[in-house]
Design a protein around this ligand. Sequence first.
Ligand code: SAH
Length: 470
Amino acid sequence: MKYFPVSLNLRNRSVTLIGGGEIGLRRISALLACDARLRVIDPAASDEVRAKAATGELTLLDRDYRYGDLEGADMVLTATDDEEVNASVWKESRDRGIPVNVADDPDKCDFIVPAVVERGDLTVAISTNGKSPALAARLRRRISGMLGLEYGRYLNVLDGVRDRLKAANLGFERKRRAMYRLIDSDLERLVRESDDAAVERRIVDAIRKAGEDPQPRESMGKVLIVGAGPGDPELITVRGLECIRSADIVLHDRLIDKRLLDEVSPGAEVIDVGKRPGDQDRMQKIIHASMVEHARQGRIVCRLKGGDPFVFGRGGEEARALIEEDVPFEIVPGVTSATAVPAAAGIPLTHRDAAHAFMVMTGSRANNAAEEEWSGAASLIEGGGTLVVLMALAHLSTIVDRLRASGCPAATPAAVVSRGTFHDQTVRVGTLEDIRERMGGIVSPAIAVFGNVVLERTKLEELRAGIVRR
Ligand code: SAH
């Protein structure tokens, strides 16, 4: 069961509420705030409800509900725990085709009432589709903490800016940019601090800058090649997040966490250009053409890639394609999984006195990599260094065989980390001898780490658990 979220205009609409107790009272304030014509039916209404009836804010029927009471109602809510009343209201509303909400009985609801955080005209509504009002209440508290009391004023300031931008005749695109520039600035803080002079300066500045912006549709746009970080969406850089927010179009890889796409501005386009095995080269060409085309139309293109764009991400090729086509671009580095995932698993890639170097390889070429690459990796590990292998799952067996054949002993410590930095991150630790047997349940993406530093993980874990004696 899924509800369609809407906000209703109840101005001068007839709303009937059965039950004026504690929950009823909350509904009453919310409904009156929307200028509904409200009728409350309750034989034992509280003094507060009676007072509102006395001033004419609502009509009170000082008796039990009876079938027939809903005549003329546009909407009905109950706030009683009397199942008989609820069942009868449900039936009558069905007979008359009036949308109804029976408190605490999802089966008798045409609509549900979300938990809301309100700041002036700003409304954030939270719904769990009726599954957990308690969770909704807690989320409400959290969101309420995020949105300071100044948000109502802030919204009014932005509303005023909209009128001024309209008057400045800048055209749609420049107006949009100016608005986002303001929202992404420190305007909210200035409003909170009631620094009206600074607020005014920011606004004047944004309108002036918007006037100086080249007409976006006529001029060249830009491509932002952005690293999204290793997994957990909070591990993107500040600049990376800014790029997502300011983009007109986002072309993203399969690897990125989709929660990042919630940051895309309304109206911007989002395209999944993730490559599937078998059509990599074709997709890569399409991506190049698409970046060039959108930038030529004056758009800000965010090319969002997992980890760092220049670590096994074909970011270099994309940058070259843009240079060849004379399209301006910016590279925004990301936190690569090559270092972040071992770190998240408690494996330090280097260690003073022990591991002085690390090397990052791809496992996708395990079959084709030159002998020298393997012997280089093996002697690095033998010298105490660390080998990190990305795209390690498909060819793990070959990787292990190659390292063994190049001289790494069977006892060489090995680890595989799957879905690093996510809540379901999994780590398997073993040796070249047995790591393959420990892969049950391991899913992609995964990274393999070989070398003595893998043992440090166990030590760190013990330290954390307080087991190591000093
Ligand atoms: N440019 C990316 C790497 C792309 S190659 C970066 O810098 O991280 C894709 C490989 O990255 C995967 O096969 C896997 O080996 C590794 N990888 C990416 N995210 C990962 C994660 N959350 N956990 C484990 N490995 C990951």
